[in-house]
Each structure stands twice: as C-alpha cells, then as structure tokens.
Design a binder for this molecule. Structure first.
Ligand code: 6CS
Length: 341
C-alpha cells in the first residue's frame, strides 16, 4: 500500500507536470506576423493564407497576415522583417536587388521558358533556386522558404508597340532594381524605377507611358484603365519569394522548423493550382470590362528583335554580381536544361 506521503509526492509531480504542460502550451501559442505585397485574393495573398491555414491546423500558433499598404511598401515590410518586428515576409526579387544583387537574375530577359508547367517544374527542381539562393538570403538575416512564379510578364503601354524602336522616348516603370532598368534600356525605352504605390497615379498623369506585370495584377490593380495596350513579349516571369527572419527561425524547435517548411510546400502547391489558367481568366475579365484595351501578341520575328538585346543585360548582370552571379547563372542555365529537355 502506498503511504500518504507517496500519494502526496505523486500528486505534486502530476500537478507540476500539468502546470508545465499548460505553461508550455500557453508559452508556445504565439501570434506570428506575415506581410506581403499584394491585395485580397491576389497570388501572394493566396500563398499567405494557405501558409496560415497549414500553420494554424498543425500547431498552436496563429498567423496574422498583412496585405499591401497595411504596413507600407515592399521595402518597409522587408526592413520590419530584418528588424524582427515581422516574423515572415513575401518580397519579390524585383525589390530585393539592392539587398541581394543576385536576386536580379530573374530580370535577364528571355532566360525563363514561357510554358507555365516548365516554369513550375523549374522552381521545384532548380538547384540555383533551392540550394544557392537560401545561402544568399541567409547572409542578409533571412531564411528563404520558397521562391515561386506568379505569372508571365506583359507590358502595358500608351499605344500598341511591336519593336524596340517603338519604345523610344517612352518612360516605362520598372520595379526598383537596377538590372530591370538595364533590360528596359536594352529594349529601347527609358526605364523609370518606382515603388508599387506610385504606379497607377504615374500612368494616369502620363508621367510614365507604360509598365510590366502579370495579367492578374494588371486586372486586379486596374492598370488596364490607365495603360490599356497589352503587349505579350514573352520575355520573363514575375517571380516572388517568401521568407522568415532567420534569428526567429533559428530559435524554433526542429519540429516547428519542419512544420514551417511543410507549410511553405503546401502553400507553394496550392498557389500553383491557383495560377493555372489565371492569366486567361484575368484577360477575359479585362476585355469584358473595357473597350479600350488592345492585345498585341508579338510574332517570333518581332520577339527576335527584343531577344537579340538580352546578351547585353546578361553582361550587366555579371558586372553587378561578379563570380557569385556567374556561378548562379551557370547553375540556373543547367537547371533550365534539365526541365526543358
Ligand atoms: O509591380 C509591382 O510592384 C507589384 N507587382 C506584383 C505582381 N506584385 C507585387 C508588386 O509590388
């Protein structure tokens, strides 16, 4: 028979364990903050909410998602993440060029294939994307979770264009990265870097005469209202990246880190489902809404005139990134060969 003393000891041990459990449950149920660059229902928002759903179903944690404008521009949410105010951020390489020059690789024109399934396969398999880039982000205090495509880039201009000569004298808005400026210089235009918040107004007031973005964004941001001539140039894909503050990520348990990686994988797969057919749907919506919109799909011969200017942008990429950029681009091209075979 157990003595009262033993019962007491057992009870004390049990209640200590219960207290420890409830304390640890309480202590680990954190609210994490995740900011992205887009509006409700846009591609980054779909990714963020699938990420949130997975985390909330598989842990005690809650994810608070902030959309464009709630915490500032893309550069602001990156600063807040590096400072540890936010735990997660989605920033597109279009804005990461100053921080990580190699991230500009996505703006070498005509590097990426045009077929969506090939592009998705590239992001899944690429060593450059999945092995090399995480190290570059790590050096900036960031844990890269996923890079993913949003849609093919389409130019919108104040009149239909079919050649680099047609772009002469036109100020075309680019995201704030120097290599994208080089691309538009090579394309014959006058590149004008602007943060997203200024694009619609600048088009409306004719301070700029065009810009580039995936069609879903041209539709959701209403860009076609102020820049109605869509030109399909086939020169690249809008790519984005989701990441965590590295100091925050490193302090998590191995299980939690794995849970976050699984959440990223889940969000990636769900986002891919979302972007299938999205460009076609968005174009149909635009055409149903506006009579002013024109659609120009460049012929192979017209594309060749833009494409022949790509090598000079590649040379600029080498100048900007040195050996590290060269290794990355070599790997990138090898990875592309694997998926385009
Ligand atoms: O052009 C831009 O700046 C914006 N485009 C997209 C597709 N997402 C966010 C980004 O800020």
């Amino acid at each position: 028979m157990m003595s009262i003393y033993h019962h007491f000891k057992q009870l004390t041990a049990l209640s200590c364990a219960a207290a420890a459990l409830s304390f640890s449950t309480f202590a680990s149920a954190d609210t994490w903050r995740y900011a992205h660059e887009e509006y409700e229902g846009d591609v980054q928002d779909v990714y963020a909410h699938k990420f949130k759903q997975y985390i909330e179903e598989n842990s005690e944690h809650t994810l608070q998602v902030y959309r464009f404008g709630e915490l500032g521009e893309s550069d602001d949410i990156m600063e807040q993440t590096q400072a540890g105010i936010l735990q997660f951020v989605n920033q597109s390489p279009g804005f990461t060029g100053a921080l990580i020059p190699e991230a500009q690789i996505f703006f070498i024109p005509y590097l990426m294939p045009t077929d969506m399934e090939t592009v998705v396969e590239f992001f899944r398999q690429s060593k450059a994307v999945n092995d090399s880039f995480p190290k570059l982000y790590e050096a900036q205090g960031l844990e890269l979770l996923k890079m993913y495509p949003e849609g093919e880039m389409v130019m919108t201009v104040d009149e239909p264009i079919t050649s680099p000569e047609d772009l002469k004298g036109k100020k075309i808005r680019v995201m704030t990265n120097p290599l994208l400026s080089s691309t538009y210089e090579a394309f014959g235009a006058t590149p004008t870097p602007l943060p997203w918040g200024e694009v619609y107004g600048a088009l409306q007031t004719n301070m700029i005469q065009g810009q580039e973005n995936p069609i879903f964004w041209i539709e959701s941001g209403g860009l076609y209202e102020v820049s109605p001539n869509l030109v399909f140039t086939n020169h690249g894909w809008f790519t984005t990246a989701s990441m965590a503050n590295k100091a925050f990520f490193d302090k998590l348990s191995a299980d939690e880190q794995q849970m976050i990686r699984d959440a990223s994988e889940y969000a990636f797969n769900e986002t891919v489902k979302h972007i299938r057919g999205l460009a076609e749907k968005s174009l149909a919506k635009i055409q149903n809404t506006s009579d002013n919109v024109t659609v120009t799909r460049l012929t192979d011969a017209q594309i060749a005139k833009f494409k022949e200017r790509a090598p000079q942008v590649e040379a600029t990429f080498y100048e900007m990134t040195g050996d590290s950029g060269k290794q990355l681009l070599d790997q990138f091209k090898q990875d592309l060969k694997v998926v385009t075979k």
